[in-house]
Write a protein that binds this ligand. Sequence first.
Ligand code: CP
Length: 301
Amino acid sequence: MSQTPRHLLGLRGISATQLHEWLARAAHWENEGDQVHRVLNDRFVVNMFFENSTRTRFSFEVAEKRLGAEVMNFSAGVSSVQKGESIEDTVRTLEAMGVHAGVIRLKQEGVLQALMNKVRVPLVNAGDGCNEHPTQGLLDLYTMKKQFGEIKDLNVTIIGDIKHSRVARSNLWALRELGANVRFCAPFEMRAPELADFADYISMDQALQSDVVMMLRVQLERHDQTNAMFSDTSAYRAAYGLTAERLSVMQSHAICMHPAPINRNVEMDDEVIDAPQSRVFPQMANGVPVRMAVLEWVMKK
Ligand code: CP
């Protein structure tokens, strides 16, 4: 094992060259189909989810199995975390048993950065609080690249709960690095003032003229108080939802995306989710080859 493990904690600061390399490798794995390639034969990967997940957890597991890895799934709810064991001690315990890499999702921010200096195995961030969700950002880039061929100069608007969104942050950093024009659209209470230097806020009407309309889930579990805007879901839909009517004014070449899970008929109407412009389910499919590319990279000997 390398003395300095390759972690993937976020997309901020990752070079365009590296991003392109992962996207190209993901395309390679997608072209390989659903065959198993034993590039991680005899290597143990543990998925440690301290916060709920469906897409990320299972697409990592499929990716690991397609690469021939031995997969272990850790569930905080039935672990010694329930007896008060810390996240650090949990990760170090699994490391002591000989796992070769860990995929980790956390409610907290900052914990991963501290862990990085205390473990010798590579870690992949599967989403930490409101900070980053790098493999979601990469699968979103991959989805855009498949659609448009190039990400440079694409107009991408991210709509919704920017303040609490790790998906928005990972997309922002990587899209800017690749030369896309990123803008936000959000109610005042869901804006992120610390990101104001990196993306302008535009109106919903302007947002609908983008090449990519990326909707976000309202992260109610990360709100510290009842959100007046979202407590009235019909008001939120009326102001910020991607309704069928709004979809009809988007440009003919444009696509809409959502990382899911979706608050249906609030952030996106049912018929929009299933519309030809929607990439919601293709995004999920793209998660597997993208995560294969990342796992292969972090575990490269
Ligand atoms: N998009 C995403 O991270 O979904 P999960 O929370 O289900 O993993």
